[in-house]
Design a binder for this molecule. Structure first.
Ligand SMILES: [Zn+2]
Length: 247
């Protein structure tokens, strides 16, 4: 078995895919219109172009015209940005990040409690804020992480230009840019930085492999986890599983 260990180490350490594993991602189209097909096509193209794994917190996506894009109960994306695909990616990441914030709602709550002290008079309502005061504070978390995700995939210049020109949550997006470092330090304090969590999960996977020292342990996880519908089928998903276990 010893000869397998270096192989596994090399596999994990060198594992930096350039595209997302889409084998268990389900993109549904609601009314099967041309516009919806186009949005689906653009979204799949992004999944194939980039490794969006660190930002995938739900794998069922519905494409539907004439609705506001939203995260819950099922992540739903409208067809508004077919002519501006980078903005489609931005919306997709935003809604995925809502799932992350929801999964870590206890820590998100702590971060919001600090934001309340820093921004006691946060705007509520379109176009400056979100629908409720709580949602405006929550969006400081979500929109900050959205900016970081866009920087990773589209580069700083394009990321800032998309965030600056959004026609909604204007105060929130401008604050995320103006106070980027301040917001980062609060999110860091409550373990809400997505990429940091992802890297930590990768290293935990590595130490897990080192301690178990055989491939059989990994292959066991290729089967459904008892009592769960979650079925990690690849190293990608295995890493993601560890991310979720960390919380
Ligand atoms: Zn939102």
């Amino acid at each position: 078995m010893k000869h397998i260990i270096p192989f596994v180490l090399v596999l994990i350490l060198s594992y930096s895919p350039s595209q997302t594993d889409i084998s268990d991602i389900e993109v549904q189209i609601f009314a099967k219109t041309k516009r919806e097909h186009k949005t689906k096509e653009l979204l799949i193209a992004f999944l194939k172009k980039y490794d969006l794994t660190p930002y995938l917190f739900t794998r069922i996506i519905i494409i539907k015209s004439r609705v506001l894009s939203h995260s819950h109960p099922v992540l739903t994306i409208n067809t508004k940005h077919n002519d501006d695909p980078d903005r489609l990616l931005s919306v997709f990441l935003h809604e995925q990040i809502h799932w992350f914030a929801f999964e870590r709602k206890r820590y998100t709550f702590f971060a919001i409690r600090e934001f309340k002290k820093i921004y006691p008079n946060i705007p509520v309502g379109h176009p400056e804020g979100a629908r409720t005061e709580y949602s405006s504070y929550l969006h400081l978390v979500v929109c900050y992480l959205q900016l970081q995700a866009l920087k990773r995939y589209l580069g700083e210049k394009r990321a800032y230009s998309i965030i600056e020109t959004n026609d909604h949550y204007k105060w929130i997006y401008s604050t995320v840019i103006k106070d980027e470092k301040k917001i980062e330090s609060i999110l860091r304090k409550y373990n809400l930085l997505i990429e940091k969590n992802y890297l930590k999960a990768k290293s935990q996977l590595l130490s897990f492999t080192l301690t178990t020292c055989n491939l059989a342990s990994i292959s066991k996880l290729d089967k459904p986890i008892s009592g769960s519908t979650w079925r990690p089928t690849t190293t990608h998903n295995l890493i993601h599983t560890v991310v979720h276990l960390l919380d």
